[in-house]
Design a binder for this molecule. Structure first.
Ligand code: CMC
Length: 373
């Protein structure tokens, strides 16, 4: 059938907004937030400062940084009723399911029916607490309540483990790497919800549900599953042969925009290779990368951010099923920035489908409906 319209499955190449938040150059392998190269930000900045940059469009001065740091640190605690609910959730619930549900419930505790920066900051402050509380509840450990004298990521690690591990600054920098990435699937989902003028809790619930999928943020957990299955460097080739012969995708590889090395993966790989001690999984991962690059040279499939991030989180003793929640903990900054930016020139998203079914069927009562076979 000849179509009057072009259907762009996956909206590849379609621009849906003009944005000054980030620039993703998939040919050069560059990522820029508000004009600043990701390499400079991870070198010099921290979570609070980069969040301010992404939300407000410029780097903060000292007062502004104090303001955002104090806003984020004061709003960490969850309502008691929510903690009670979490204690009664099934212990096998996936952390992303818990996060998605609690963010949605938090909407009932907000007075705002629309989307504000205050709500965005409130949720950004609370997401680490939801994740850490669930980790403690799931493992039958006493809760560790947030402290307002610690930085965002230090406080998260403290709530998980009761102490701040060495090299915690690398964890903080890894959040910067995940904060923003243009109109990716979860940001698009968030923006669609925002375009209906819905509230920030609905926007972030939508985004978390989208990030959870294995083709998006859920890939980081699957990468560790793969590395666990491979077990040793020597088994990499056979493992990949088996995946490829079954037409299975290799988790942590490929990207819609990057047709070269994802700069975030490059940074993570550099950190891991510069560690003084042997980092679990790293040697297997490097071998997987080598083999995938060889086999997929013509398709330009390179490691993406999810390939090496889990190895770093594992280094910090974070269980793999929590990996995608950490992605969400960072990406909420980009989600809310895009939602607010889009709404300045809002138009509701309403694309179309091309109908290819029949139009003139005769209605039949239930008793008259016949099925063949
Ligand atoms: N392993 C094997 N083949 C791949 C892979 C992969 N990981 N990624 C892409 N390809 C192949 C794909 O089969 C297709 O081949 P052909 O043209 O012969 O049919 C070609 O490369 C183009 O791939 P595509 O799936 O059409 O590309 P896309 O832009 O629609 O999808 C993607 C991008 C990220 C969903 C995809 O690369 C993928 O599924 N990767 C694995 C999951 C993953 O690592 N996701 C994380 C993405 S980045 C960070 C994030 O968002 O969380």
């Amino acid at each position: 059938m000849k179509l009057d319209y072009d259907v762009k499955y996956g909206l590849e190449g379609v621009a849906v907004a003009i944005s000054s938040i980030s620039c993703v150059d998939g040919v050069k392998g560059e990522l820029v937030y508000r004009g600043f190269k990701i390499e400079d930000l991870v070198e010099n900045s921290n979570f609070e400062e980069t969040a301010y940059l992404i939300w407000f469009g410029n780097l903060p001065n000292e007062n502004e940084l104090d303001f955002i740091t104090s806003m984020l640190s004061k709003k960490r605690e969850l309502p008691e009723n929510i903690i009670y609910m979490m204690e009664n959730f099934p212990k096998n619930a996936h952390p992303m399911e818990v996060l998605r549900s609690i963010v949605s419930i938090l909407g009932m505790y907000s007075n705002n029916d629309n989307s504000t920066l205050e709500d965005a900051i409130n949720l950004t402050a609370k997401i680490p607490t939801i994740i850490a509380y669930w980790y403690r509840i799931k493992n039958n450990l006493d809760l560790i309540h947030p402290r307002d004298d610690l930085k965002h990521s230090e406080n998260f690690l403290y709530m998980l483990f009761g102490e701040i591990p060495e090299k915690s600054e690398l964890f903080d920098k890894s959040l910067i790497l995940h904060m923003e990435q243009g109109m990716n699937a979860s940001t698009f989902a968030a923006t669609v919800t925002a375009s209906t003028l819905s509230d920030v809790y609905s926007i972030i619930t939508t985004a978390i549900g989208t990030l959870k999928g294995p083709l998006h943020g859920g890939a980081n957990e699957r990468v560790l599953n793969m590395l666990d299955e491979i077990k040793t460097k020597e088994k990499v080739e056979n493992y990949l042969n088996s995946l490829i012969s079954r037409n299975k995708k290799i988790m942590g590889f490929g990207h819609r925009i990057y047709k070269t090395y994802d700069p975030r993966a490059l940074i993570l790989k550099k950190w891991l290779s510069n560690m003084n001690e042997k980092v679990k999984y790293f040697d297997i991962a490097v071998k997987v990368e080598e083999e995938v690059l060889k086999r997929f040279e013509s398709k330009k499939i390179y490691p993406n951010v999810d390939f090496y991030s889990g190895i770093l989180y594992n280094y910090f003793k974070i269980p793999k099923e929590f990996f995608t929640t950490i992605f969400a903990m960072a990406r909420i900054v980009g989600w809310t920035a895009h939602a607010m930016e889009y709404c300045k020139n809002n138009r509701i998203f309403r694309p179309r489908t091309i109908y290819n079914g029949p139009k003139n069927l005769d209605y039949k009562k239930v008793k008259e409906v016949e099925r063949n076979g």
